[in-house]
Write a protein that binds this ligand. Structure first.
Ligand code: 5GP
Ligand code: ZN
Length: 139
């Protein structure tokens, strides 16, 4: 299923050109136009899913193996020391394009510090209460 108004649908399906590093019947993997580091790639399903909650199970099962394959290729060819997988869901979480995508971001020795947060002290009672809240929606 495609969304006529979605730029990532158009890119994933080849209607808009992109620097493509991989393509199969389900996905296109492209280089990000505003890379965090050299080689920053985006895994785009060819079908339209707004975010990870909409992704169908069949597509979802293929995303991580593909991300591992792309990351391994980056380590081999770009000389990065590692890579981050980042996947934003919702505006508050930093999602700006509402077509599911997984970022694969190469990390180089001495490179910029990205994908970082400050740890807050946790209270055991509060942790237990929060765990119960999440659990209640899973059963
Ligand atoms: P988000 O913030 O939604 O997780 O990530 C969207 C990413 O898509 C950003 O890193 C942005 O640079 C990238 N991006 C947005 N529009 C385009 C585009 O037209 N082409 C490519 N290659 N990347 C894009
Ligand atoms: Zn789309």
């Amino acid at each position: 299923m495609k969304d006529e108004t979605c730029i990532f649908c158009k890119i994933a399906n080849g209607e808009i050109p992109s620097a493509t590093v991989y393509e199969d019947s389900d996905f296109r993997v492209i280089l990000d136009l505003g890379p965090a580091t050299e080689g920053h790639a985006l895994i785009l399903p060819k079908n339209h899913f707004k975010d990870v909650c909409e992704l169908d199970e069949e597509t979802a099962a293929k995303v991580l193996p593909l991300a591992a394959k792309i990351g391994a290729a980056m380590k081999k060819t770009l000389g990065c020391a590692g890579f981050n997988l980042v996947q934003n869901n919702g505006e508050e979480a930093g999602q700006t394009v509402f077509h599911f995508h997984m970022h694969v971001i190469p990390r180089y020795q001495g490179g910029p510090s990205i994908v970082k947060w400050e740890c807050q002290p946790a209270n055991a009672d509060k942790l237990a209460q929060t765990a119960e809240q999440i659990k209640s929606a899973l059963s």
